[in-house]
Every structure is written in structure tokens, then in C-alpha cells.
Design a binder for this molecule. Structure first.
Ligand code: DC
Length: 200
């Protein structure tokens, strides 16, 4: 199944929990773009030549566990820039398709429902109000200035939206789910029910 939506909508938290509840494997496609960004800081600019994958929950770059290194603010910024490079996207999409062909996955990321896995059995588009998204993001980052986070999110939305990728509307066949005011458990429960119904 595929979960997408804008930054701060709760995609990662929800996707991870849905995967656990269903016994599926979680694919964090954003981590792969972050890893490309990290590689570029080391002068490794050819995304197609990178060995990017997962070892359990760990994100691996050419055999090295980079899980912690890809979560910095600098890499977040850089990831959103490299993700606009068509060569990078081609390489990551190819790799992601190979990964999900190997089993039952909850694939999460903003193009999974449109490009990576348009034929997913269930596609969910998570949203939340801009204020809620900024509030959650600020909480994740451990910062108090929600207004500043809201401005960053708006800038990121703008960048992530360019090059023909829309992130403010569901992919064809995707179910919109507004998570504003809902707990993680409520959101996860709703998605799990949906998957079970489709698979029944
Ligand atoms: O979800 P995240 O913050 O870890 O994603 C990092 C960056 O990669 C973010 O700017 C969005 C981009 N991204 C993308 O373009 N396509 C994806 N499938 C996943 C993430």
C-alpha cells in the first residue's frame, strides 16, 4: 500500500505503525532522497551509482549505516533540492520498485501513489491543516517557534510541488484522510481497516 501527502502530515509515523500492525515492511522513500543528499556532501553525485537500501530499520549507503546522519536540518534542506533532480528521481524510483516487488510493503513518500506504485492495493493521502502540520513538525524538531516552522514548511511545499509533482491533492484512486485533530492510533486504525477490507 502507498501513503503520501505533504510534509508534516504524519506520513512516517503513520506508515511505520500501519506496517507494524499489518506485518508489512515499511519503505521510507524520503530516507533514500536524504541519503542521496548525504552522499552529495561527500562528493558522490551520481545517484544511480550509489548503493542505497535498508537493513531492518537502518538506512544504508554503500554498506554504511547512515540512519542518524540523514536526519539533520542541513540534510533535510539538501534532500528537498536533490529530490528535484530528474536523474536522482529516476534512480530512486527504479530502486524503490525493485524493493517493493519483494513483498508486502507500506511505501511512504510523496510520489509513491502516483509514480512508484500507482497500482498499490490501497492508496492513502494524508493531510492536516497548515497550523497542525507546523505544530507537529515543531514538536518533532523540539523547537518553540511554530511560526518559523510554518514558513519553512510553506517554502518546502512550494519547492516539492515544482516540476509537475502535485502534493496538495490525492493521486487518482487515493483516499484522502485529514488527520487534523486525530490521534495516531485513530489514523492507523482507519487505514488498517481499509487494507483488511480490500484484502478480505
Ligand atoms: O519525507 P522526508 O522529509 O524524509 O523527505 C525528504 C525529502 O525528499 C523531502 O524534501 C521530500 C523528498 N521526497 C520526494 O521528493 N519523494 C519521495 N518519494 C520522498 C521524499
Amino acid at each position: 500500500m502507498a501513503i503520501d501527502g505533504p510534509a508534516g502530515a504524519g506520513k512516517s509515523t503513520v506508515a511505520r505503525a500501519v506496517a507494524r500492525a499489518l506485518g508489512f515492511t515499511y519503505l521510507d522513500t524520503g530516507a533514500m532522497y536524504r541519503t542521496v543528499a548525504l552522499a552529495s556532501t561527500r562528493g558522490l553525485d551520481e545517484a544511480g551509482a550509489l548503493d542505497i537500501g535498508f537493513d531492518g530499520d537502518a538506512v544504508m549507503l554503500n554498506g554504511e549505516d547512515v540512519s542518524g546522519l540523514i536526519r539533520t536540518a542541513e540534510i533535510s534542506e539538501r534532500a528537498s533540492v536533490v529530490a528535484n533532480d530528474p536523474e536522482v528521481r529516476r534512480a530512486m524510483v527504479a530502486q524503490q520498485r525493485l524493493i517493493i516487488a519483494g513483498g508486502d510493503y507500506v511505501a511512504e513518500g510523496r510520489d509513491v501513489a502516483t509514480v512508484v506504485a500507482p497500482d498499490a492495493e490501497v492508496k492513502v493521502y494524508l493531510t492536516a491543516s497548515p497550523q497542525e502540520r507546523a505544530r507537529r513538525r515543531a514538536q518533532d524538531l523540539g523547537v518553540d517557534d511554530v511560526e518559523a516552522v510554518a514558513r519553512d514548511l510553506a517554502a518546502r511545499d512550494e519547492r516539492d510541488q515544482s516540476h509537475g509533482r502535485t502534493i496538495h491533492e490525492p493521486a487518482p484512486g487515493a483516499v484522502p484522510l485529514d488527520t487534523t485533530g486525530l490521534s495516531v492510533d485513530e489514523v492507523v486504525g482507519e487505514i488498517v481497516e481499509r487494507v483488511k477490507t480490500v484484502r478480505a
